[in-house]
Ligand binder design. Structure first.
Ligand code: DC
Length: 243
């Protein structure tokens, strides 16, 4: 069947889906700054797909370590990346990454060896390039699945992945608070070391974009941080008359 304007039903649907207003929220910040818990709660309030891009780097690191790869051996990494297949499975409102057809279990994603190596793998520009398209593709995944938007959290979402995102937040917390939060999760992690590597790498370093809203979560509760983000997004979104 062809609709006026000679678009097929499928094309017409795609056009509407591409042009309808759609919320994209970027949340960046250092390790254990509260990004994941906050973003998941904001996703719940605003009916968004939640994308933890750190889990993408973790999943690829876990797979690479399993293949015995070293991030400083570019030849072997290149061969690994050429064969790399990424796809997303939606689980509730989480976009879970699958690497070469396998969803990596949560405890594997947060294993000490992954914590130690993920920033070294994430510093490789060729690896980041392989993850970039998959992250951007989550907008289409979210639209297709009927969400009102997508919230992505990571290190370079507002600076590189979605530099035009209408909403950007940068979460911070002091080192002692972040270390306490992570050890409260029972996890062995090297937070300041990881942050230093993520901040100092030449490719897409951890940075607060100039147009992002900074929120220091050190003395705030989770509901306070979520309320601040949701209020700001609702205010601005309604002001634009988009919803
Ligand atoms: O958010 P996280 O701690 O799970 O992220 C794990 C690592 O992945 C982090 O140390 C750096 C890397 N990362 C990145 O380089 N860019 C992103 N957008 C997200 C994570």
């Amino acid at each position: 069947m062809v609709l006026p304007g000679s678009l097929s039903v499928g094309q017409h649907h795609d056009k509407i889906m591409k042009e309808a207003p759609f919320l994209v929220i970027a949340v960046d910040g250092g390790a254990a700054s509260g990004k994941s818990t906050t973003s998941r709660a904001v996703a719940e309030e605003l009916d968004l797909l939640y994308v933890d891009t750190g889990s993408y780097y973790r999943a690829i690191t876990a797979a690479a370590l399993q293949d015995g790869l070293n991030p400083d051996a570019p030849g072997a990494l290149q061969a690994f990346l050429q064969k790399l297949r990424l796809h997303t499975e939606i689980d509730g409102r989480d976009a879970r990454i699958c690497v070469n057809g396998r969803r990596i279990a949560p405890d594997e994603l947060r294993a000490a060896a992954v914590n130690r190596n993920v920033s070294r793998f994430a510093a490789r520009p060729e690896l980041r390039q392989s993850v970039l398209a998959q992250q951007r593709h989550q907008v289409a995944v979210a639209r297709e699945a009927g969400f009102l938007g997508v919230i992505l959290e990571g290190r370079d979402i507002g600076s590189v992945v979605f530099p035009d995102a209408p909403f950007k937040f940068f979460l911070e917390a002091d080192d002692a608070t972040r270390i306490r939060r992570r050890s409260g999760d029972g996890e062995e992690d090297t937070i300041p070391e990881r942050d230093a590597m993520d901040r100092e790498r030449p490719a897409a370093p951890l940075t607060c974009p100039a147009d992002a809203t900074r929120i220091d979560t050190t003395t705030l509760t989770l509901p306070e941080v979520v309320a601040e983000i949701v209020a700001r997004v609702r205010r601005e979104w309604n002001r634009r008359g988009s919803r």
